[in-house]
Design a binder for this molecule. Structure first.
Ligand code: UDX
Length: 450
């Protein structure tokens, strides 16, 4: 760590895995630049303070009941959290500001996720600059504010579903319909609030993106928002390895990978939020087995609707799966993607997973489920052409075909080569004088200037 610069930054991550990881990456970066770090967090999905002994932690009550805390509806969860955290957060922040005055260590700003919509007016009332982080791809963040408008106008293209959706490229019309299908009035007003409070903030930080992945959308955002915008990622490259996992990591994955041949394994994971049905579980199981390629498959506890784990897989099929692969509850994903044996990633295209795969040059098989994942998948398959898109329903024959194509056929080799070039380009951005590196320097200056 650089010598302390006498400034403290307060971070407030949204308590979901896809937001916690990037926020802790940012914490590590800022700490290495001399800032002291305080993390305010909810009791729900609290980060493990013991993994981060250099930071100070303050827990606030979140008011969630057990049933609310286990909801699969992320919008509902975030709405409840925004409602119940406001008062405890205000108390906590006010106390921190008071004690920082006494200790003569200035709190320079609050940095929290765009999804916290009550913090902007609160920070303003306390005269504390607030910077907003966002973990989506920039083009999704900038583009998705059109969705409430489309919903109000009852967007319904009945034909040419495979054609591009001009309202939100590079989505196809059918993707946009799928996104709109999950839309509700609550989500629309939540999006409106995110836009308003972000525009009123002192700056917007994209922790997991850079000019190389998002140039056009970054220019657009700079025009539209008129606040400083930073694209400092992929930030996990600065400090590899995640110490902010909410799940218990099964480290035996790496020993298992050590026994496999180079580029032979298909890694399968749908992140921390997506759930699948029992029949999808079976289709994936059969597809992987029929592909006859080694696989490492993450099935979270509770991820398969209506069952505990993988008990829906019949014993005979289980025996056959074990001949070729390994199923775990949570993997050290960044290490898995870095491993020489990993040849492809069958993913839901959460933005963190997508970027981690790009950084390690691992081509993808895209199986997006909801929301930004559909856009990320189109970038991977149609724009950068570094992956294959599994269109429509999850079916065993499709999985078998696409896995074999990616790992064994010349088409897969071309995709892998393209992915290598993209990985190099993105890797350069975080090196000295790369675009992300320069953006990070500007961010450090910006925070120091408050
Ligand atoms: C959520 C949304 O679902 C996603 O659409 C959005 O882009 C970000 O927020 P999540 O579904 O968890 O995220 O996916 P993703 O963004 O890919 O993040 C998952 C994180 O968990 C990654 O950093 C990944 O490395 C980590 N992970 C996942 C593990 O460490 N081990 C695993 O077994 C699976």
């Amino acid at each position: 760590m650089e010598k302390s610069n006498g400034l403290r930054v307060v971070l407030f991550p949204l308590p979901i895995q896809g937001c916690i990881n990037p926020m802790f990456q940012l914490a590590k970066i800022l700490h290495s630049r001399g800032f002291s770090i305080t993390v305010i967090h909810t009791r729900f999905n609290a980060p493990k303070a013991s993994n981060h002994h250099l930071y100070t932690f303050s827990e606030i009550p979140d008011g969630l009941s057990e049933a609310e805390a286990s909801t699969q509806d992320v919008t509902l969860l975030l709405t409840l959290l925004n409602r119940s955290c406001e008062a405890p957060f205000r108390d906590c922040l006010t106390k921190l500001l008071r004690s920082s005055e006494e200790e003569k260590q200035r709190i320079s700003c609050l940095i929290d996720d765009a999804g916290w919509i009550f913090t902007q007016p609160l920070a303003q009332s306390l005269n504390l600059p607030r910077l907003v982080t966002n973990t989506y791809k920039v083009s999704f963040f900038v583009g998705h504010f059109v969705i409430p408008k489309l919903r109000r106008e009852r967007y319904l293209p009945l034909q040419e579903q495979d054609e591009p959706a001009e309202e939100f490229p590079p989505l196809k019309k059918k993707d946009l319909l799928q996104i709109l299908d999950g839309e509700t009035e609550v989500l629309n007003s939540y999006s409106d609030m995110i836009l308003q409070t972000t525009k009123a903030s002192s700056g917007l930080i994209f922790v997991s993106s850079c000019e190389e992945l998002d140039q056009e959308s970054l220019s657009q955002a700079r025009k539209d928002y008129q606040i400083p915008i930073f694209a400092i990622g992929p930030s996990h490259i600065y400090f590899p390895g995640s110490s902010s996992s909410l799940f218990t990591v099964d480290e035996t994955c790496i020993q298992w990978l050590d026994k496999q041949e180079d580029n032979s394994v298909i890694y399968v994971s749908f992140g921390s939020v997506v759930n699948i049905s029992e029949s999808e579980l079976l289709e994936i199981a059969w597809g992987l087995r029929k592909s006859d390629q080694p696989f490492l498959w993450v099935v979270r506890v509770g991820m398969v609707n209506g069952t505990k784990w993988i008990e829906a897989i019949p014993e005979k099929l289980m025996d056959r799966l074990e001949e070729k692969g390994k199923i775990v509850k949570w993997a050290p994903q960044q290490d898995v993607l870095k491993h020489r044996a990993t040849g492809g990633f069958l993913t839901h295209n959460g933005w963190n997973s997508t970027v981690e795969s790009v950084c390690e040059g691992v081509p993808m098989i895209c199986v997006p489920s909801v929301w930004d994942q559909l856009l990320n998948a189109r970038f991977v398959s149609d724009v950068w052409m570094v992956g294959l898109h599994l269109e429509g329903r999850i079916e065993r024959n499709k999985i078998e075909r696409v896995v074999r194509k990616l790992l064994l056929e010349p088409d897969g080799e071309v995709i892998r080569e393209r992915m290598k070039l993209l990985a190099e380009k993105v890797g350069r951005s975080v090196k000295q004088n790369g675009s992300a590196y320069r953006s990070l320097e500007r961010l450090v200056d910006h925070i120091s200037s408050f």
